[in-house]
Design a protein around this ligand. Structure first.
Ligand code: PLP
Length: 444
């Protein structure tokens, strides 16, 4: 039988036949409230007329022009806008088709930068355990998510790894948070010294960890420390904002809240809010200047770089975020949502942690709140919650992080920025129901 290959090879998901605002409807007429924006993608909700109009207008003028031959006004305008809103001199923008492509681009750009700087010995990337930076081979190699990497391990480049900044699970009981942060930075510095600073290209991390762990913010000062180490050893700091960027945490770039400027920022998901597949890489001036003055070529490229319709969608999304004051809405609604989650799950015996920023919140599910003991990974509680929530008409994003090499259970909540208080209340109510059903289903 000829068929579309789905992620789950044994089960065909319901068909989405119509999506509007906060809802997606399937072929049976059942509607699902979008509590996660898919995977933190649909920040404007579905079928926003202004985005559709912008895409249509672009389709009518130039649907496609290969970036090896032409540029387009719309791609130039998007790049200028992203750069103008970015911190520091992140003024150079490379447009791609998604998050993994953005990560691949950043890895190659960073490497080429050092080759053209006369430091070809720099060939090691540093990243964190339990991280996820995409599914192509370079991005998968960068990520530290063991179960995702496992089948492909022999194909992956070596990446050096340090601990994530994951206070709930990794800060030793009774340790001061500043000491915890200092220890993490000391570990990072020791790793750099072990490898040899002249061999390191850079360090990549998500400012707020979305993928794998479900909305884990950094401790105060962590990224200031990372920036200082990168400066001290001449390495690049790559901030992966594919999931947490573009307003999700209440500022356009999540790293703004840390008061540092990365050398490279990767974007995806919320950039065009799902209306088109698009990603971007923002780069500090001096890096691109080095290549411009050197070989004059960035040795990279994809057929759909700077796709005009994708750029039109992203530009329309960015304009709407500003026009409708959605960053403010994310902050205000995020605080409300967090309060609602605390009211509903603050004393729940199986919810160990409620965390995140803005409308980027996560729950960590545990068997025992006091000891933080996770559920047996074979029970796949996170997947059960996703399924039971779907039964209750709700989309939430399940994550199996890794705890001591075992998978843990995390639920990511990332509703569209247009969510009303009533929508958020509904998400919490349906999640409550879905979680109860999932716990019931895994009970022996
Ligand atoms: N980086 C992060 C932090 C992500 O969350 C993801 C996707 O979930 C990616 C990179 C890869 O993006 P994409 O799935 O668009 O290739």
């Amino acid at each position: 039988m000829t068929q579309l290959i789905h992620r789950n090879l044994r089960q065909t998901p319901p068909a989405a036949v119509c999506a509007f605002g906060m809802y997606v409807r399937d072929g049976e007429g059942k509607t699902y409230l979008d509590g996660s924006g898919g995977a933190a993608v649909s920040s404007l909700g579905h079928s926003h007329p202004d985005v559709l109009a912008a895409m249509q207008a672009q389709l009518k003028t130039t649907a496609y022009a290969h970036s090896g031959f032409f540029t387009t006004d719309v791609a130039e305008e998007l790049a200028a806008r992203l750069a103008a809103d970015a911190p520091g001199d992140l003024n150079q923008v490379y447009l791609v088709s998604g998050g993994s492509e953005a990560i691949e681009t950043s890895l190659k750009l960073a490497r080429q930068y050092f080759v053209e700087s006369g430091e070809p010995g720099r060939r090691v990337f540093l990243a964190r355990r339990q991280s996820y930076h995409g599914n192509t081979l370079g991005a998968l190699a960068l990520g530290g998510n063991e179960w995702r990497r496992k089948p492909f391990e022999p194909l992956l480049m070596d990446v050096a790894r340090v601990s994530p900044c994951y206070e709930y699970r990794e800060r030793p009981a009774g340790q001061d948070v500043n000491q915890y942060t200092a220890d993490l930075l000391a570990e990072l510095e020791q790793k750099i010294l072990d490898i040899g600073p002249k061999n390191v290209i850079g360090f990549c991390a998500e400012p707020v960890v979305g993928a794998t762990l479900g909305a884990v913010p950094p401790t105060p000062g962590y990224f200031k420390g990372v920036r200082a180490l990168c400066d001290r050893y001449g390495m690049l700091f790559i901030a992966d904002e594919v999931m947490c960027g573009m307003g999700r945490t209440g500022t356009l770039y999540a790293i703004e809240q840390e008061g540092v400027v990365p050398d490279i920022v990767t974007l995806g998901k919320g950039l065009a809010a799902g209306y088109q597949p698009v990603g971007a890489v923002l780069v500090r001036d001096h890096i691109v200047e080095r290549l411009r003055a050197g070989s004059g070529v960035f040795q990279h490229g994809h057929t759909y770089n700077a796709h005009p319709v994708a750029a039109a969608a992203a530009l329309a999304v960015q304009k709407l975020i500003q026009r409708d004051c959605l960053l403010g809405a994310v902050t205000v609604r995020g605080a409300t949502f967090r309060r609602m989650l605390r009211d509903a799950f603050g004393t729940h015996p199986n919810v160990g942690d409620i965390r995140g920023r803005g409308l980027f919140l996560g729950l960590e599910l545990v068997q025992d709140r006091d000891t933080k003991r996770p559920f047996d990974p074979d029970l796949k509680l996170h997947a059960a919650v996703k399924q039971k929530a779907m039964d209750c008409g709700l989309m939430v994003y399940p994550m199996g992080g890794t705890i001591d090499g075992r998978r843990g259970d995390h639920i990511l909540l990332a509703p569209p920025f247009i969510a009303t208080e009533a929508d958020l209340g509904q998400i919490v109510a349906r999640l409550s129901d879905g979680l109860a059903r999932a716990l019931e289903a895994i009970r022996p």
